[in-house]
Structure formats: structure tokens, C-alpha cells
Design a protein around this ligand. Sequence first.
Ligand code: OAD
Length: 251
Amino acid sequence: MISGRRNRCAWMNRISHKVSMNKILVIAGAGLSAESGIPTFRGAEGYWRNQDPRELATRAAFDRNPRLVWEWYNHRRAVIRGSMPNGAHRALVELQRRTPGFLLVTQNTDDLDRRAGMSAGSMVKIHGDIFDTICIECGGRVPAGNESADLVPRCAMCGGMMRPGVVWFDEELNPQEVARVENYINEGPCDYVVVVGTSAVFDYIQDWALRAKGRGELIVIDPIETPLVRYSTLYLRGSAAKLLPDFLSRY
Ligand code: OAD
């Protein structure tokens, strides 16, 4: 792991001599949107009415009290609507534009990457999309922009109760989305894996980062040393909105 300002500059200069980087995987978490004013999950600011997000973001909580869970998601939807993409989102869009084999795997359910210009084909929203609404009975999906005025929306097709289109803690990931990530990794190693703004608590996040890295470079960008820092070739301590544009300027 290279840390410290001198080593960091030497390493960042090395990037600029790379003839080309054809394959970059970026794995992102709530820290990417933190400077857009969207609370992270495990930061103190993530609590809502003294409720731990990790308690509310579960199917069990929804089954127990759908109104409370919908109040929380509607609150989060409003916060996201009132926010703007930051320099980190824009840097990732530029990185995608320059890199033939680019993939962003984001754990964020907000729409800031899309609003910054990220194409859907270059992004896997592994925890779903907060603006999607899905019927728990028939699976009918109401895409973003068609939200119901009812606190607990009902399905127009079958009258079933509807839920936010996100993956909850006590649920499995969408196998089609997992397959997209696995296929991308199995096609060959990455020149760079950039892990930005995530506590990397989930095994699959750590597994994807390390398998994709192969003999390439693993760069971690975060204000705190997350579990992946020990495997990184470069750890950039700080904010995504500052450090991702810096990284891009050398690439
Ligand atoms: P966390 O809240 O667990 O972690 C946020 C990470 O962002 C931490 O490592 C912070 O240090 C870092 N961070 C904070 N501000 C930052 C900034 N300005 N720039 C860069 N990094 C910053 O959120 P996630 O790692 O995204 O899953 O959590 C992963 C998943 O756990 C979420 O998708 C959610 C949660 O449970 C589900 O809901 C299924």
C-alpha cells in the first residue's frame, strides 16, 4: 500500500505514463453522494427520527409497518430530488467516456450518477433504484417519475401493496445484476479497480474488488481506512468530490 503525500504523487505520476487503461471497475457507496448532501448509511447523519437505516431498510420492517418505511423512503426521495451531482459523479462520467472497458458498480440507489450523465449500460445499481416502485404481489413496476400520491401505493394491475425498488438488508441481490458484474470480471482483469466512498461491509463488494484487481491496481478513496485499504496499491484519504477529479486529471 502506498500512502503519504510523496509516495502518492509518485504513484499518481506513474498513472500518467500508462499508455492506456482499457478496463476500469469503479465500486461506489454512499460516500460518493455525501457531498451532494445525501446522508451515508453508517454515519451519524444517516439516522431519521432516531431510526437506524439498517433497521428500516428491511423487508421485515416493511411488513411490520409499511407506512413508516414509505415515510422514510419518501423523505429520502425528497432529499435526493433536492440535491445535485457533485464533482465525483462528474469525474466518473468523464472516466467512463475515456475508458472502453468501464463499469460502475454502485450500491447507491440515488439517481445522481444518471443525472451526471452516466449511461445505464455502464452502471450496475446493485442495490436497486429508490425511485422505482414495485408491487409485492405481481412484481409490476412503476418506473421513476410516476410516483403515486398515496403514502402506501397500490398496484394498478392487481391492487397489491407496492414497495420501493431497492434491495433490503434481508434480501438477495438481483441475479441479473450480479451476472452483469460477474461476466465483466470474468472477461479479464482490470487495469484499475477504484473503490470510492464505501465501508465495504458486504463480502460481495470485497470479493468483486479483489477478483477484478487481478494483477492491476486497487485504489481506495475514503476519509477512513476501510477493510479494502490493506489490499490497495494506493489509498487516497479524503473526499470523493476532491480526490476523484484529481485522479482523473492524471489519467
Ligand atoms: P456506509 O454509510 O456504510 O459507508 C459510507 C462510506 O463513505 C464510509 O466509508 C465513509 O467513510 C465514506 N465517506 C463519507 N463521506 C465521504 C466523502 N465525502 N467522500 C468519500 N467517502 C466518504 O455506506 P455504504 O458503504 O454505501 O445497503 O453502505 C453499503 C450498503 O450498506 C448500502 O448500499 C446499504 C447499506 O446497508 C443496502 O441498503 C442493502
